[in-house]
Design a protein around this ligand. Structure first.
Ligand SMILES: *Cc1c(COP(=O)(O)O)cnc(C)c1O
Length: 384
């Protein structure tokens, strides 16, 4: 990794560290739309949709952290995903994993489909079936690991090698792990996507997306799409994201420590039917995840037995807040069937295991005893 031996240092000093015009330790918020040109055709920066120094610092930082050639910052994770999907044209098909983020499914199903870019939903844990489904029109495989919300693990190196063999792109949405826990490009992926709204920002105060590519031609193509379609991240939000990324390692260490304790607690709880957490040794995909990621991350899903009323459960929580999103310092809980994955039709949801009793937890960095006491009390109050 770049000039830093360890990612903890690169998180703080990577990319463009300090301002080259003033020496300011932090790259300032260059809140400008345009730049004065010294003569016709003589300029360094042209227009802030095309490039902005604050955004450029963030883009260099994420490229370095993911070990890619170039990074790009967008106004949201969905803008980043849409920019990547804009690489394709009419007649192309993208294979997506069955537990892919609801919004990714929706933009393919309701937007890109209109332009003749199709998709197929695949069980990416079944590599043989996945490879069998690569027809001539398939141009990419898009996966998440662990995937939302059942924390399904996909073998990223295996998917990348299948993609390479067939001359198509492997794209990884690395939102749940971040480069601190998992670096898909080192496993062979061509493109990494982030909803930086989540762990990278880390404080639930900025909506943003990032793309990293590991190829110069792809970098040119994404840069062209970014400038042409224009969903860029503003200077202030770019600054916030750089600020958030500096503390990623310490935050995630605590997130994961708390998540491991919470997964153990839920696994032993009499009200809990099932726990999904790739850090549990008996979890499906545990070994693969261990090989490709530092640990199981900090997202946990679980199901309560039928004699617990999940509406009451959500209502009874005090510290853990019911909200969309994840990855912030505060613990959040959500109901995938009606919230994050509501865009997926009911029948499809049942088929892939997103039942109405499923609860997703984004474990924050509060004191773990307070988090567990809150959950325990809410479970007790929801018993019928
Ligand atoms: C939230 C999320 C997205 C979408 O990102 P936004 O910033 O909300 O647009 C994409 N992928 C995953 C895995 C997510 O969690």
């Amino acid at each position: 990794m770049s000039e830093y031996k360890n990612i903890e240092s690169a998180l703080i000093h990577g990319g463009i560290s300090s301002d080259k015009y003033t020496g300011a330790v932090n790259v300032p918020i260059y809140q400008t739309s345009t730049y004065k040109q010294s003569a016709l055709g003589e300029f360094k920066w042209e227009y802030s949709r095309t490039g902005n120094p604050t955004r450029a610092a963030l883009e260099a930082l994420i490229a370095e952290l993911e070990g890619g050639k170039a990074g790009f910052a967008f106004a949201s994770g969905m803008a980043a995903i849409s920019a990547v999907l804009s690489l394709f044209k009419t007649g192309d098909r993208v294979l997506i994993s069955s537990n892919v983020y609801g919004g990714t499914f929706r933009v393919l199903d309701k937007v890109f489909n209109n332009f003749g870019i199709s998709y197929s939903i695949e069980d990416t844990t079944d590599l043989e079936a996945l490879e069998d489904n690569i027809t001539d029109d398939v141009k990419a495989i898009l996966v998440e690991s662990p995937a939302n919300p059942l924390l399904t693990v996909t073998d990223l190196a295996a998917v990348a090698s299948i993609a390479k063999k067939h001359g198509i792109l492997s794209i990884v949405d690395n939102t749940f792990m971040t480069p601190y826990l998992q670096r898909p490009i080192s496993l062979g992926a061509d493109i990494v996507i982030h909803s930086a709204t989540k762990y990278l920002g880390g404080h639930s105060d900025v909506v943003s997306g990032l793309v990293v590519v590991n190829d110069d031609e792809l970098a040119k193509h994404i840069a062209f799409i970014q400038n042409s379609t224009g969903a860029v991240l503003g200077p202030f939000d770019s600054f916030l994201l750089i600020r958030g990324i500096k503390t990623l390692a310490v935050r995630l260490d605590r997130h994961v420590e708390n998540a491991e304790k919470a997964a153990g607690f839920l696994s032993g709880h009499k009200a809990v039917k099932k726990v999904y957490y790739p850090g549990l040794p008996d979890a499906r995909g545990y070994e693969i995840n261990k090989r490709q990621a530092k640990n199981g991350g900090a997202m946990i899903s679980f199901e309560l037995y039928e004699n617990y009323d999940i509406k009451k459960f959500f209502k009874a929580l005090k510290l853990v807040q019911l909200a969309e999103s994840l990855g912030g310092v505060e613990s959040l809980v959500c109901h995938p069937a009606t919230m994050t994955h509501a865009a997926i039709p009911y029948e499809v949801r049942q088929k892939i295991g997103i039942t109405d009793g499923l609860i997703r937890l984004s474990i924050g960095i509060e004191n773990i005893n307070d988090i567990l006491a809150d959950i325990d009390l809410a479970i007790a109050e929801s018993e019928e």
